[in-house]
Design a protein around this ligand. Structure first.
Ligand SMILES: Nc1nc2c(c(=O)[nH]1)N[C@H]1C(S)=C(S)[C@@H](COP(=O)(O)OP(=O)(O)OC[C@H]3O[C@@H](n4cnc5c(=O)[nH]c(N)nc54)[C@H](O)[C@@H]3O)O[C@H]1N2
Ligand SMILES: Nc1nc2c(c(=O)[nH]1)N[C@H]1C(S)=C(S)[C@@H](COP(=O)(O)OP(=O)(O)OC[C@H]3O[C@@H](n4cnc5c(=O)[nH]c(N)nc54)[C@H](O)[C@@H]3O)O[C@H]1N2
Ligand code: SF4
Ligand SMILES: [Mo]
Length: 670
């Protein structure tokens, strides 16, 4: 038996350090690595039994070819040679008739590993395929932060230990960022007050000292109301503003007068008094720390909302105080030169870009020139996770669409494939990882042989490059060589020396933070830009979400479930039992709708309908309903919440708007 260090590859801000015990090529046990500076030896229940995913009886073991109807799951095993030959033959034919832009790669963060995440980029650039804009997660949040802060490093999570006032703002911490609780607990022991801003009483809200429950999509108004109070009562840090902030005066004069707390109260559903108290406590704190999650950004106004929230730490001078600041997404990615694998230089000029959240439209639009004739999916499960599921499935059903899915499991998407290719897990390939929630980087070595005939994303890109006649030295590099290049790239990419030896050995390495990084504002003016001259709206202001225009009765909040991660872990029997597709609603709404606990209910809107089981709960505000998790179809009656979501985008950055949804409810007649 041997023990190796590794990294959790999933799309989770924690990016945990792992200790993996292997016996004769099989993973026996997975535990947390106590030497990891942020995750400190603990794991979530999903990864505490990663061996059940790695050695699941549901793993795909060979390439498969479809023999039945799309979506039905009738496949026969074929060899890798046959699979690659068949893909290459189809692609040649498509390129000949329609041009290479008729091929669309579709991938996301099934693995966050720097190599495997972007393994297909260069191949599809070289072919001249359509390029995918990867917008499904939270680009609007990033846009809002950047509008003020540019490339400034977001505050490290461990700083929060020294804060006296922590706001968990639209983050489901106890589901999605569980290790941050360690830092928050330390602060709390030292007397810090913990406030949670959310739309229903999540476990995180229950854990906090105070819960501020806003109407979905209204946080921008809350921030404006708070800023109004801070200005009116002169609770800002004038000295800090004079030195480091641009545009406070303009905001105060041109925007804030329209948002007295009474107005913000109307928009957010809070009382004016609550908004005043929140603003005053925030300003009175010695070192306030905001941990901003993505929930608030998944609305039509998401970029603006994030921009408005980002004004708050700026005007009270939080960045100048030990323990103060704001963490949106950490920039550990800056430690590596990602172009080593992404190769933007290989993208052909003027190539068509397709926004991934428009997949439904793109696959069903018969006026599109050229039409998408082949879809190559890896590290993602759009039939389950993309919005407007009815449209996505209609597209995937097209007989003239040649779909290839590279996967570890027979997902809802793989069921529609013409060719399925088996994928490795993170223990079966090489990679190097950074986190979007903290500043530790780590290499993950291959520690077991591939299960079945599975191959990594990079190996598949290499095979396809060769089959398509893309003759470039780049594709002949091994994963190990690429990892070595990434390690070497820290010299140029990160401002301080990174321990490259430790990194090469596979140890978790904490990135050294530059001194006073919180005050090194990487914007054109060198200041925090509340007034941003480069933007069309130079000052932030309130925008309504899309749902303000929708007619259905309830707002549907669909948020993360602690048992799974997006649609990953749906393969695990013990994690997918019971309480699935539950719709929580306030008892008063239940009474009005004549719905009781356990009733089957249909939620419907212009997009489609989905079936849920009612659970009455005071945790939910009147007028909203809540469902947690993105479940595989086999665990649902006939599909998940994405039957109800829209392809509408955010105000900036073309992001997803998964939470900007209204539905009507109807008791299901048995
Ligand atoms: N267990 C688990 N962990 C996960 C995931 C998972 O599915 N399960 N998903 C992973 C991924 S891909 C991501 S991007 C992250 C996301 O993790 P988070 O940053 O936590 O973001 P969200 O998942 O969008 O939702 C966070 C919270 O926002 C709340 N919310 C919704 N609308 C609003 C609003 O208008 N205002 C406010 N204040 N709150 C609102 C939701 O109720 C939810 O509690 O988590 C990752 N980790
Ligand atoms: N209704 C609703 N929908 C949502 C969300 C929501 O909150 N509500 N959240 C949204 C968010 S934030 C995100 S980020 C997206 C994520 O959506 P997706 O990108 O679809 O992510 P997952 O569902 O985790 O699916 C990842 C797939 O990659 C596979 N995989 C893992 N490792 C590898 C590998 O090395 N190679 C290959 N080829 N495959 C691999 C896994 O088996 C898994 O099936 O979902 C979005 N969809
Ligand atoms: S899913 Fe998140 S919390 Fe769980 S082990 Fe992975 S990184 Fe850690
Ligand atoms: Mo995400």
């Amino acid at each position: 038996m041997e023990q190796y260090k590794s990294v959790c590859p999933y799309d989770c801000p924690d990016c945990c350090g792992l200790l993996v015990t292997v016996d004769k090529g099989k993973t026996i046990e997975v535990a947390g690595d106590p030497s990891h500076a942020f995750t400190r030896g603990t794991l979530c229940p999903k990864m505490a039994h990663y061996e059940r995913t790695v050695h699941s009886s549901r793993r795909l073991l060979t390439p498969l070819k479809r023999v039945g109807e799309k979506g039905k799951g009738d496949f026969v095993p074929i060899s890798w040679q046959e699979a690659i030959d068949e893909i290459a033959a189809h692609w040649r034919e498509i390129i000949g008739s329609y041009g290479a832009e008729a091929i669309l790669p579709y991938s996301y963060a099934g693995t966050m590993g720097t190599i495997q995440y972007s393994a297909g980029h260069a191949l599809f650039y070289a072919l001249g395929a359509s390029s995918l804009d990867r917008t499904i997660c939270a680009p609007a949040k990033a846009h809002g932060y950047r509008s003020l802060m540019g490339g400034t490093l977001p505050t490290a999570p461990q700083e929060a230990q020294q804060s006296d006032y922590i706001i968990l703002w639209s983050i489901s911490m106890l589901a999605t960022d569980i290790h941050f609780k360690h830092d928050v607990d330390i602060a709390r022991k030292r007397g810090a007050r913990i406030v949670c801003v959310d739309t229903y009483a999540t476990k995180t809200a229950q854990y906090a000292d105070e819960f501020i429950c806003v109407k979905p999509g209204s946080d921008g108004a809350l921030a404006l109301g708070m800023l109004h109070v801070l200005a009116r009562e002169n609770l800002v840090d004038e000295e800090f503003i004079a030195r480091y902030v641009q545009g406070w005066q303009e905001l105060k004069v041109e925007v804030l007068p329209a948002y007295p707390p009474e107005k913000a109260a109307e928009l957010t559903g809070l009382s004016a008094g609550q908004i005043e108290d929140f603003a005053r406590s925030f300003a009175a704190a010695r070192a306030p720390f905001i941990r901003l999650g993505s929930g608030q950004s998944r609305y039509g106004n998401g970029a603006m909302t994030s921009r408005l929230i980002t004004c708050l730490p700026a005007v009270v001078g939080a960045y100048a105080k030990a323990g103060g600041g704001m963490l949106t997404s950490s920039s550990g990615s800056h430690a590596f030169d990602k172009d080593i694998i992404r190769r933007p230089d290989m993208e052909k000029n003027g190539i068509r870009h397709i926004n991934m959240i428009k997949l439904g439209d793109v696959l069903t639009d018969n006026t599109l020139q050229p039409p998408v004739k082949s879809l190559f999916v890896y590290s993602s499960n759009p039939a389950c996770t993309a919005p407007d599921q009815n449209k996505v499935l209609a597209g995937l059903r097209r007989e003239d669409l040649f779909t290839v899915v590279h996967e570890r499991f027979m997902t809802d998407t793989a069921l529609y494939a013409d060719i399925v290719l088996p994928a490795t897990t993170s223990l079966e390939h090489e990679d190097i990882y950074y986190s979007y929630g903290q500043y530790v980087v780590q290499r993950g070595k291959q520690i077991i042989p591939p299960v079945g005939e599975s191959r990594s994303n990079w190996q598949v890109a290499q095979l396809l490059a060769e089959a398509m006649g893309v003759d470039d030295e780049f594709f002949r590099q091994s994963e190990t060589e690429l990892v070595e290049k990434f390690i070497a790239s820290t010299d140029k990419a990160w401002p301080l020396p990174v321990d490259k030896e430790k990194l090469a050995e596979g140890e978790p390495v904490e990135l050294p933070m530059p001194e006073a990084y919180k005050l090194n504002f990487k914007t054109p003016s060198g200041k925090i830009e509340i007034f941003n001259p480069a933007l069309e709206r130079q000052l932030p202001d309130y925008l309504p979400p899309h749902l303000a225009e929708d007619k259905e009765e309830f707002i549907l909040i669909n948020s993360p479930d602690p048992r799974i991660l997006d649609s990953s872990f749906n393969e695990r029997e013990e994690l997918t039992k019971g309480n699935i597709m539950v719709l929580m609603m306030n008892p008063a709404d239940g009474q009005r709708q004549h719905l009781q606990d356990g009733d089957a209910v249909m939620a419907e809107n212009t997009q489609g309908r989905a079936e849920f089981t009612v659970r009455l709960s005071e945790r939910v505000q009147v007028g909203t309903v809540v469902s947690e998790g993105v479940w595989w179809r086999e665990h649902t009656a006939a599909g998940n919440t994405n039957l109800l979501t829209h392809q509408r985008t955010t105000d900036k950055a073309e992001g997803s708007t998964f939470y900007d949804v209204r539905v009507n409810l109807r008791k299901k007649v048995q």
